[in-house]
Structure formats: structure tokens, C-alpha cells
Design a protein around this ligand. Structure first.
Ligand SMILES: [Zn+2]
Length: 121
């Protein structure tokens, strides 16, 4: 018996952003099913996140991954600059594609006011 889902969403644990993320997934992933990982700093600890992606791929045959970093992230502290987040998002995307070239990976930087900025190469 297998059960599949469409996507995996990775975000920070920060409570200030959860409503924005729920609203966003409600709109952009409307009608899709997804696994969800909440971890401080989102992909900052990439090894840990890769393990979650491995499980999501293996168990649910996901096709898409959404990585959401955010402004003013406590897990980054003084390092929480847009440049650093963009850099870490791109690094995570590359690591995921190296292991799972068939996945579509989308990157977002979530601002304090709830605005989702898509990060592209
Ligand atoms: Zn955070």
C-alpha cells in the first residue's frame, strides 16, 4: 500500500510566519498534497533537511520541493542577511538536484510583512 504526495515544504519553526505560510500554501499549493518540515533556520542545517527529503522522496514520491527562508531569522542571528539566505537556498537547491535531478525545487525568501520573494539563480 503506497500513498503519494505532490510536494515537500521546508520552513523555519518561527511562529511569526506560520500564518503567512499557511495562507501561501493554501493559494499556491491549492489542491496539492504536501509533506511539511519545520526546522529552525529552514535549510541552514542542510544535512538534517536532506534526511527529511530522502524520507519524503522514498515514502511519498514527491515531485516538488518548496524551500522557504525568512527575514530576521533567529537561527542565523547576525548572519540573517538576504544575501546569506539566498546563498543557502541556492546551495540547498543544488544539493537536492545533485541527489534527485527529477525534482523541481522552488526557493522563497519570506519577508516580515508576509511577502514571498521567489529566489532564482
Ligand atoms: Zn527562522
Amino acid at each position: 500500500m503506497t500513498h503519494k504526495c505532490d510536494a515537500l515544504v521546508v520552513s523555519c519553526i518561527d511562529f511569526r510566519f506560520q500564518k503567512y505560510i499557511r495562507d501561501w500554501t493554501g493559494t499556491w499549493l491549492n489542491g496539492k498534497t504536501f509533506d511539511f518540515v519545520g526546522f529552525a533556520g529552514a535549510t541552514k542545517d542542510l544535512q538534517t533537511i536532506m534526511k527529511q527529503i530522502d524520507i519524503s522522496v522514498k515514502l511519498h514520491q514527491i515531485k516538488e520541493v518548496y524551500l522557504i527562508h525568512h527575514e530576521d531569522c533567529g537561527a542565523y542571528g547576525d548572519q540573517s542577511t538576504p544575501e546569506r539566505h539566498h546563498q543557502d537556498l541556492l546551495k540547498a537547491k543544488q544539493a537536492i538536484l545533485d541527489r534527485y535531478p527529477h525534482l523541481k525545487v522552488y526557493l522563497y525568501y519570506l519577508h516580515l510583512d508576509g511577502r514571498f520573494e521567489e529566489v532564482k539563480v
